[in-house]
Write a protein that binds this ligand. Structure first.
Ligand SMILES: Cc1cc2nc3c(=O)[nH]c(=O)nc-3n(C[C@H](O)[C@H](O)[C@H](O)COP(=O)(O)OP(=O)(O)OC[C@H]3O[C@@H](n4cnc5c(N)ncnc54)[C@H](O)[C@@H]3O)c2cc1C
Length: 388
């Protein structure tokens, strides 16, 4: 099935012309590297100066589903009218204390419960750093001895993750566990594997995330697959390239260890596409989420699905893009019958700010992405004007 990724009328039908104008202006600014670089800082100042409506209009509303779960569910319902479901996320970052982590667990439980049986919600996403102390997770990764208090915190983290995974399985509502920085990710990977073994006996309800910019990602995927096959459980895999490129390199440089991420984009792209092919060839025990804004990877996925006779609406494969990005992929894929999830974060503006800043800044490739988004939005605005 050929997918026309350039159909702007389909891609942006869910946005009003006013919203598209705001998006146009944002991407117009972000096309310039110095602005993209300074934007998170400027936005932070604007927020402190009380220019909340400005941030809401030009940033928050473009990338977030709302300030409350109810608002986010309404946004999700609108997307569903265009054939797209959501992967909903409470956009909180690393919590500073156990009280915050316990609160985050309750919020994720509430999302699982409320999203249950809503056809516009396909799955719930969670960040492990919202549930556990990342310093403790790092110590576990480095086989360092934990103090009594740290051990308590680690046990509480395991309990929270297990509780939510069990809930996800019970409600048949997939739970996607995000991947974060490499210095504690190996601990999270191990926990995810245990949860998949425990709760993915009948189908993939727990999804782990593979970051393909990591040099060891493909060998890890293959080993994980072998273990799942031997132990007889389904793998839930969200394939991403990875969001912390600069941070990973900087820390490796500073601490004097070899960078865990590839030196070139080409290597990351090749690894992503190899991992994609690997998973599509083994769908009998894999649930796969192709999480990318890369058009070439999406094209390859469509071609390979056709070659392997995987129906576009096969429930084992979903495509996913972040809300406010890659609409040309999401909505045109959905129109062609593929399963598409928009990753939809929500939360109070100040809490979502680190997420918003990452959307602007996460790496230098955002500038290239902004050029494309800008071009497509400009084209669509022009088309709408000519229709009048
Ligand atoms: C639904 C969804 C969920 C996501 N969840 C996570 C998550 O849990 N964890 C996470 O880390 N990220 C996550 N991301 C973000 C993702 O990892 C990427 O940062 C983002 O999607 C950009 O990559 P891309 O595949 O869309 O496209 P592209 O724009 O083609 O690729 C950009 C990516 O390529 C890599 N890259 C760029 N330049 C270089 C270079 N010089 N050398 C090596 N590699 C390079 C980087 O990973 C960069 O982010 C998610 C993205 C989506 C769409």
């Amino acid at each position: 099935m050929r997918v026309d990724f350039r159909n702007g009328a389909v891609a942006f039908a869910y946005r009003s012309t006013q919203q598209l104008r705001y998006a146009y202006r944002l991407f117009q600014w972000l096309r310039w590297k110095p602005v993209a670089y300074l934007a998170p800082w400027l936005a932070n100042i604007a927020l402190r100066l009380g220019l909340r409506p400005l941030i809401k209009r030009y940033l928050f509303d473009l990338f977030c589903g709302g300030e409350t779960l109810e608002e986010a569910l309404k946004t999700a319902q609108n997307l569903y009218r265009y054939g797209v479901q959501v992967l909903i996320d409470y956009a909180t970052e690393a919590q500073p204390d156990e009280q915050g982590r316990e609160k985050a667990k309750k919020v994720f439980e509430q999302i699982l419960q409320l999203a249950h049986n809503k056809p516009w919600v396909n799955a719930v996403a969670l960040k492990p750093s919202a549930l556990g102390n990342i310093d403790v997770l790092e110590k576990v990764q480095n086989h360092q001895r934990l103090t009594q208090q740290e051990q308590k915190q680690y046990d509480a983290f395991l309990e929270r993750m297990d509780f939510l995974a069990a809930k996800a399985q019970q409600l048949k509502q997939p739970l996607y566990i995000d991947a974060e920085e490499s210095w504690f990710q190996a601990t999270v990977d191990e926990v995810c594997e245990t949860l998949m073994q425990r709760y993915n006996q009948q189908a993939a309800y727990v999804y782990t995330t593979i970051q393909c910019y990591k040099k060891n990602s493909f060998s890890y995927l293959k080993t994980l697959y072998q273990r799942a096959e031997q132990k007889g459980f389904y793998l839930g895999i969200k394939l991403v390239r990875g969001a912390y490129l600069e941070k990973e390199r900087k820390r490796a440089r500073k601490s004097g260890y070899p960078s865990p991420v590839f030196a070139t984009k080409k290597e990351t792209d090749e690894t992503y596409n190899n991992a994609l092919a690997f998973c599509l060839e083994r769908l009998e025990n894999i649930g796969l989420c192709i999480a990318t804004h890369n058009e070439e990877s999406c094209r390859k996925a469509v071609q390979w699905m056709e070659a392997y006779q995987i129906a576009p609406d096969d429930q084992r494969v979903t495509f996913s893009q972040l809300y406010g990005m890659g609409d040309h992929l999401s909505f045109n894929l959905a129109k062609a019958g593929y399963n598409v999830l928009k990753y939809l974060p929500y939360g109070p503006i100040h809490e979502t700010f680190p997420y918003l800043a990452r959307r602007i800044k996460e790496n230098s490739s955002i500038v290239k992405q902004s050029h494309l988004e800008y071009f497509l939005i400009a084209q669509e605005l022009k088309r709408r004007r000519s229709e009048k």
